[in-house]
Design a binder for this molecule. Structure first.
Ligand SMILES: Nc1nc2c(c(=O)[nH]1)N(C=O)[C@@H](CNc1ccc(C(=O)N[C@@H](CCC(=O)O)C(=O)O)cc1)CN2
Ligand SMILES: Nc1ncnc2c1ncn2[C@@H]1O[C@H](COP(=O)(O)OP(=O)(O)OP(=O)(O)O)[C@@H](O)[C@H]1O
Length: 171
């Protein structure tokens, strides 16, 4: 079975060479499913994230005025909170993603969990920070991931602290 580091490296290469037109096609289809889903419609506070160029393009989620959108903010000791998404309250981090200046933590109803690769049973490889694994350990709400088709892998190493994502939206 492939090690997490190996999956991470390969998937970064695939994501960076993903054809833009095909990416837009998949983005539209996956978001059409997600935005009309029961889990999304029934949730009020949605945790999205500020995608890097190769990550899932969730501009349509960030723009949804009918929901309260929150985004991750990293804290020391690999801790993370979610704060209100406000275009006028963003600063650039060292790892290249904008975060809020605000420190007011909001608990989401639903979290869109980022990542690089997912198995069919919902296990995930992310960037290796462990931020989401730590947060999800105490989270009682709904977890989803939005996944381009080639990011689904057959087998994935699973560690004791890994928490599977309940709802995967892909095509
Ligand atoms: N768009 C987006 N925002 C996100 C995440 C994400 O996956 N995507 N995160 C998902 O977790 C959190 C940030 N994750 C991070 C993961 C690693 C490192 C980092 O500094 N990595 C080091 C190597 C790791 C280490 O030092 O042990 C590095 O890149 O040099 C920073 C942030 C919160 N925000
Ligand atoms: N609940 C937890 N408590 C303490 N440490 C944890 C927890 N979950 C993960 N870790 C630590 O975080 C590190 C990164 O874990 P892993 O490689 O699974 O990250 P990832 O899932 O790729 O990253 P992320 O969750 O940020 O997307 C590991 O060294 C692991 O020991």
């Amino acid at each position: 079975m492939k090690k997490k580091a190996e999956i991470r490296k390969k998937m970064k290469i695939s994501l960076n060479s993903f054809d833009l037109q095909e990416k837009q096609r998949q983005t539209t289809l996956i978001l059409d499913q997600f935005l009309t889903s029961e889990v999304y419609r029934n949730s009020e506070i949605i945790a999205a994230f500020m995608p890097m160029p190769f990550e899932f393009d969730m501009t349509r989620v960030l723009a949804d005025q009918t929901k309260q959108i929150v985004i991750p903010k990293t804290l020391p000791n690999r801790q993370m909170i979610f704060t209100d998404f406000d275009e006028n309250d963003l600063v650039m981090t060292d790892f290249g993603v904008k975060e809020a200046l605000s420190n007011v933590a909001v608990t989401p109803d639903l979290i869109i969990v980022p990542g690089l690769a997912w198995s069919h049973d919902g296990y995930r490889v992310g960037f290796g920070g462990g931020y989401y694994d730590r947060y999800l350990a105490n989270f009682k709400g709904i977890t989803v991931s939005l996944v381009y088709n080639f990011q689904m892998v057959d087998k994935m190493p699973v560690d004791a602290y890994d928490i599977p994502i309940k709802n995967i939206f892909t095509i």
